[in-house]
Ligand binder design. Structure first.
Ligand SMILES: NC(=O)c1ccc[n+]([C@@H]2O[C@H](COP(=O)([O-])OP(=O)(O)OC[C@H]3O[C@@H](n4cnc5c(N)ncnc54)[C@H](OP(=O)(O)O)[C@@H]3O)[C@@H](O)[C@H]2O)c1
Length: 255
């Protein structure tokens, strides 16, 4: 079954680079009528629109992921420009500080949780009330394998991504049957956000994955597109690891 999004309108938060840009490119390549991308910085969006090369189908919107007013006006702008919003991808994420949860600065924790867990709730509620409750739709949240298993480097981030997984299930329950809500959980993907985990040490990071490479943004984009599409019309409330086998194909120690 070929996955197509003809006549569908998509909003991707954090679409100016990395996984979000790849997701936007995937929807455009699969025929989406309109793709809105958000970011904190207008100049970043200008460059992304140029790279995507489909300016008549792309709507760049400057909007912070943790700002409810920005979410409300961004979704209104998408509906105004394209006549609806069928798919929301909560992709924007941040990781302002590394380290164990026991030591991370509380301000950094507040920021991480505001963007990574409260943000997707804010955007999902807004799109629900503005259109999806009546018109239906699909939401995909970009979580992380760090939300499924603990780790040494990213304590606050991991907790935010675990909360996002439960948010996915809670909203999938509350929004059914009109709206399906699912999540992807990537491991290390080649982007700016995760550079500390692979830049200068890619062979080592790759070796920790059963499939022996790190992920590319396009690996995540195709999984997001599947979950958002009609091909997944009987799937809601699930978390799909996109992780080179880290969660599903790693052995139990010593067994
Ligand atoms: N890369 C990985 O290994 C990996 C693994 C698991 C999960 N993820 C998740 O994948 C998602 C995308 O990350 P990425 O790796 O593609 O990172 P990235 O390359 O740094 O891109 C992050 C995107 O989010 C935007 N953004 C950041 N903070 C924002 C905010 N407060 N408000 C609005 N937009 C904001 C950035 O745009 P501006 O800077 O222009 O605002 C950019 O478009 C995140 O949720 C991340 O947690 C990534």
């Amino acid at each position: 079954m070929e996955i197509r999004f003809d006549d569908q309108v998509v909003l991707v938060t954090g679409g100016s680079r990395g996984i979000g840009e790849a997701v936007a490119a995937e929807f455009l390549a699969s025929g989406a009528r309109g793709v809105a991308i958000t970011s904190r910085r207008a100049e970043n969006l200008v460059a992304t629109v140029e790279r995507l090369g489909e300016s008549d189908r792309v709507l760049p919107i400057e909007a912070r992921a943790d700002d409810p007013d920005a979410a409300a006006s961004a979704i209104a702008a998408v509906i105004d420009r394209f006549g609806g919003c069928d798919i929301l991808i909560n992709n924007a994420g941040t990781n302002p500080s590394a380290g164990p949860l026991t030591d991370v600065d509380l301000g950094a924790i507040d920021k991480t949780w505001a963007v990574n867990q409260r943000g997707p709730l804010v955007w999902s509620r807004e799109v629900w009330h503005q259109t999806m409750r009546e018109s239906g739709g699909s939401i995909v949240n970009v979580s992380s394998v760090g939300g499924m298993q603990p780790g040494t480097a990213l304590g606050a981030y991991n907790v935010s991504k675990a909360a996002l997984i439960h948010l996915t299930r809670q909203l999938a329950f509350e929004m059914a049957p009109q709206v399906r809500v699912n999540a992807v959980a990537p491991s290390v993907v080649r982007t700016k956000l995760s550079a500390m985990l692979w830049d200068g040490m890619e062979d080592h990071t790759a070796s920790l994955h059963p499939l022996k490479r790190i992920g590319e943004p396009s690996d995540v984009a195709v999984a997001v597109a599947f979950l958002a599409s009609e091909a997944a019309s009987w799937i809601t409330g699930v978390v799909l690891p996109v992780d080179g086998g880290v969660t599903g194909a790693s052995p139990v120690p010593g067994m």
